[in-house]
Design a protein. Structure first.
Length: 167
């Protein structure tokens, strides 16, 4: 009786606590065979193995897998592309085009790494960071800040407090 009683409850509660870790450890997935249309906003990493038609705004790393496709706009801190992207890419820090990457559009990034075999058609501007208007969660005229988001409630509260202070 005592063998399973208290220790099982303790294990369950400590296990639950470990699952509610930081958002930084979280990876949001758009799985293979999935088509997502619209705006994706995330405070943590995003991996796309499916197709995204629209805008991807990520405060973290965006990974487009070899089978992944994006038609639209990517705005992120770091981006790694192994699949296909058609549109505009704005990266604060580093963009990596893997050997299987196929990109058609414009790129604005601080640093660019291109592996042998990657294909890029378009324009590229390097050495700049993404402007405030392109930041992943910058307010947009007529935009809906609550499209699809993955964030901690306290982060949203802090963000709103900063906006109120700036106003």
């Amino acid at each position: 009786m005592g063998l399973f009683g208290n220790s099982q409850t303790d294990d369950a509660s400590s296990s639950m606590a470990s699952q509610t870790g930081t958002v930084q450890d979280q990876v949001n997935l758009v799985g293979e065979g999935t088509v997502f249309e619209g705006t994706v906003r995330a405070n943590s990493d995003v991996r796309a193995s499916g197709r995204i038609e629209g805008t991807l705004k990520v405060e973290g790393k965006t990974m487009i897998a070899e089978e992944g496709e994006v038609e639209g706009e990517i705005i992120a801190t770091n981006v790694e592309i192994a699949g296909q992207v058609q549109g505009e890419i704005y990266v604060d820090e580093r963009l990596v085009l893997k050997s299987t990457a196929r990109v058609d559009g414009t790129i604005e990034t601080d640093r660019l790494v291109v592996e042998e075999g990657a294909e890029f058609t378009g324009e590229c501007e390097m050495g700049t960071t993404v402007s405030e208007s392109r930041a992943p969660f910058a307010s947009e005229e007529g935009g809906d800040r609550n499209s699809v988001r993955s964030e901690r409630p306290e982060a949203a509260d802090a963000e709103l407090s900063e906006e109120a202070t700036e106003a």
